[in-house]
Design a protein. Structure first.
Length: 129
């Protein structure tokens, strides 16, 4: 199976972030979602995570940074930087801030990440236009 990026359904498109989300990717031991994020410099998802446990993303992600630079902050206040060309694993309990425009490919546990993304969409709906 393969799909061009443009064929992945858009789940979220707001505030400098576009999330393309393909559920039921079904790799390995359980259902995964394949996701392609295009993120503008300055995007910080922390405010959209408020209200989740520890105000953090509760999904784990495996992925590849095509380009750009992000800072991942964990609930223990540790941070790591990911740049274009990096392969990564982010455990549950994190937030992301974009330092340089980035394109990121993620594979995430579908159920957990969908709950986080739906929470973020609810938060976005409360922001005045």
């Amino acid at each position: 199976m393969h799909l061009p990026k443009t064929d992945l359904p858009i789940k979220m498109n707001a505030l400098g972030a576009t999330a393309r989300h393909l559920p039921n990717f079904g790799i390995g031991s359980g259902p995964l979602a394949a996701e392609y994020f295009t993120l503008a410099a300055g995007v910080d998802i922390a405010p959209l995570l408020q209200g989740l446990p520890d105000d953090a993303c509760q999904a784990e992600h495996w992925g590849y940074m095509l380009n750009g630079k992000v800072v991942v902050t964990y609930t223990d206040d540790s941070q790591e930087f990911c740049s274009g060309g990096d392969v990564f694993y982010w455990p549950a309990g994190h937030s992301v801030r974009v330092e340089e425009d980035a394109d990121v490919i993620l594979f995430s546990a579908q159920h957990e990440h969908l709950q986080v993304m739906n929470h973020m969409l609810e938060k976005l709906a409360t922001i005045p236009a």
